[in-house]
Design a binder for this molecule. Sequence first.
Ligand code: NA7
Length: 544
Amino acid sequence: MHQSNPVTALDALVIGAGFSGLYQLHCLRDRAGLSVKVLEAGGDLGGTWYWNRYPGARCDSESHSYCYFFSKALYQEWEWSERYPGPPEILRYLHHVAERFDLKRDIRFDTRVVAAHYDEDENCWQVRTEAGDRYRATYLVSAVGCLSSANVPDIPGLESFAGRWYHTGEWPHEGVDFRGKRVGQVGTGSTGIQSAPVIAREAAHLTVFQRTAQYSVPARNAPLDESFRRRVREDYDAIRDAVRSTPNGHPFRIAKRSVFDVDAKERHAIYESAWEKGGLQFRASFRDLVLDRTANDTAAEFIKQKIRAIVRDPRTAAALADIDHPYAAKRPPIDTDYFETFNRDNVALVDLRAEPIERITPAGIRTRAREYPLDIIVFATGFDAMTGPLLRMDIRGRGGRTLAEAWREGPNTYLGLQVPGFPNLFTVTGPGSPSVLTNMPVAIEQHVEWITDCISWMRANGVDRCEAAPEAAERWGAHVNEAANATLLPLATHSWYLGANVPGKPRVFMPYAGGLARYRAHCDDVAAKGYEGFVMCSGKPSAS
Ligand code: NA7
């Protein structure tokens, strides 16, 4: 650590000013009465939505559930304009929250944390920023998000490319002018499926490079009318209770019926109506869609038939429908005209399974079959998810052990909230928690409130340090595996849920698939039992 700059001493330091960091600041400062600062790498608040401004970017959760529920007044005074909000509207909402709760005065923007070392003698975290500023805090809360470390594939020759290239997760705020350009888009996950139709409308030509074909269901985005908005205001209590009691934190219930409770005709009608309604609710059509392969096959086949019906060129349709994993085993995208885009004259699909990328040349992308001349490459290639944002900081716990060392075999946490050996470090939506399998703000609120209660409890009980017990973390890790294995999710072996999209990353199923409601009950139970599974100590570590 640099010793030159003066140190700002605080009770708590929060890293990140997205949904998590803003609420964590409010809770720790205004409810628990701590001195708190938030350090944010971006030039403004918003987290994911500050960075992900690519064409077509839109939230997959419905707006009336993609927000905070902690304040009824806040919920009722905000009006969403569309079924699925885009970055500008979400950012307006977060600015409104920040102003309403006077948060900005305690946030430092353009401040990237590069190191956080636990100081055993002082029982505090010594934190350093890229600019060399120093902080010390008793509690360190990581609110860095799960999908904030862009994954730019290591394709040979990228540096030689004569055109411009961009990653969707670090999109230039001034936008990109695609007019008259030949664009290549690599990646067809949720992001690529959103961006391709919008880029295609502007560019001279778009080539989509697909490695893994994906299911997608229409989003059916639309403006919200006043009667819907009034209903949402009036139904606040019911909507809040729904998002808190459903497995994925969405405002809809998963059907109680199983796929084979109904005959083929009725099943088809159910899928058809879910397709027309659009959105992630499609997955909730039957209770066993992500539990039973044969049941899943019926949904998979329904979507594949839709793809074949929409896409006119049979070869393109076949490549788009050649999906090798169960429906929803990878994060299921929702789209606006994705498959329809391949009917445009200026759009082509390249199937990378048939012709893998060999290298990037000054002129474009060369696959095993040929070179595709391009002016712009868009990498919609996702993120080093969940662990990436934490591991890119130099975090060291007791005995100077780095987080990278502690997680060499994959993330090891108790409840996704704490890591053994890293006292008083809390990770909002950390690996091992439901996080990315849910409507994020709901999971975030649960974590932020739990962390706030835990810290308040420590202070009320004269406890100086809280640290996940290694045995508790080990048991939890086994349970996270068990929960994943009870579903079809691990069958998508190339999924970022498993870390498989980043070469060399340990293959561990990272999010908790047991459902948010069940997880919440478990966390509440742990707290009610005096934070069972966490070691609570007083005095200096050396003295204990
Ligand atoms: P995803 O879901 O990780 O999708 C990334 C896409 O990029 C996916 O199609 C990948 O194919 C593809 N990819 C990644 N690396 C390469 C290389 N080297 N070559 C070719 N293709 C590649 O990220 P998104 O941004 O779409 O979505 C992330 C989450 O953000 C989303 O789930 C929402 O929660 C919000 P692959 O499938 O790995 O073969």
